[in-house]
Design a protein around this ligand. Sequence first.
Ligand SMILES: Nc1ncnc2c1ncn2[C@@H]1O[C@H](COP(=O)(O)OP(=O)(O)OP(=O)(O)O)[C@@H](O)[C@H]1O
Length: 335
Amino acid sequence: MKETRTILSTTNLTVGYKDKKGIKPVLSNLNLSLEKGKLTCLLGTNGAGKSTLMRTIGGIQKPLKGEVFMQGKPIRSIDAKSLSKQLSLVLTDRIAPGNLTVYALVSLGRFPYTSWLGTLSQKDKDIIFMAMEATGILEFANKHIGELSDGERQKVMIARTLAQDTEVIFLDEPTAHLDLPNRMEIFHLLRALAVESDKAILLTTHELDMALANADHLWLINQNQTIDSGLPEDLVLNGLLEEAFQRDQLQFDYELGTFKRTSNQSKTKVRLEGDVILKRWTRSALERAGYEVTPDTSDLEIKISGSLKAPLWHLNHNDTTYKTIQELLIQLNNQ
Ligand SMILES: Nc1ncnc2c1ncn2[C@@H]1O[C@H](COP(=O)(O)OP(=O)(O)OP(=O)(O)O)[C@@H](O)[C@H]1O
């Protein structure tokens, strides 16, 4: 029999809030499964319910309806200590105490495994060291959390989760305060951890490009307060990604893999010919300047020649060649 890769699942799950005024469902009828060895990204607009869902399947918020299963067992039936050996959760709204050192905070990840005295064994210490090494925070092991930048603190929180060494890891916006190289590093690290250590990692993010490039699987919150799940590329090609973020004057560019603003104003059409990369960046500048790039024959045509490092743009209107896109745009604006 084929081994099931699902480690966490939900059946008819509805998540949301309840108060004196009544019930407020945020996401309904969710039948999801999270697989081992995969990095899953949870995407959705602001307020769509990402944190609410993460808290609910992490066992710290009660579902309004339905059930969450961990290794086939209802999560509500698992005691807190056992659950903390199976699942770790990094929430952005949990601010780490500033007076702890980095090492002390990462060590807290070992709490499910230590005795009530909290004494760390050599194995605990080795795991703490590996978690700090993997996240690149060894150099500030003795600093206090309060002395760190937001990005550094983010890495410390991830290291604490790694030290907890659970099969399931949830992270709410783990790259929120990070610059581009660090964002790429964290996504790479989390994916490697999922694949190499066979963990199921779920993270929320607003970074569409990072999610599309790195996620094995997406959970995409749609406009019907439910979730579409699948391979990122499938959700792009079947239009569900565009639908989930649908707004007036916003359109998904299927070639560039990003959203762009549209307008109803009629635009001058222009046809581009030449190297794929040079066309891509020329198109980007032309569209920002209000032109519509078309594959059809057009009155206005630009031929791009030369090499990537020394490109040339040739404009059919005046039979002149330009060395930069800026020069080309100045000429087009003056026509
Ligand atoms: N404690 C609460 N009580 C009642 N409603 C809440 C509570 N917390 C959040 N909500 C509401 O639940 C909905 C989902 O919120 P949630 O924080 O889960 O969204 P999110 O997708 O994580 O948003 P963001 O991308 O802005 O972080 C929102 O409408 C929000 O106003």
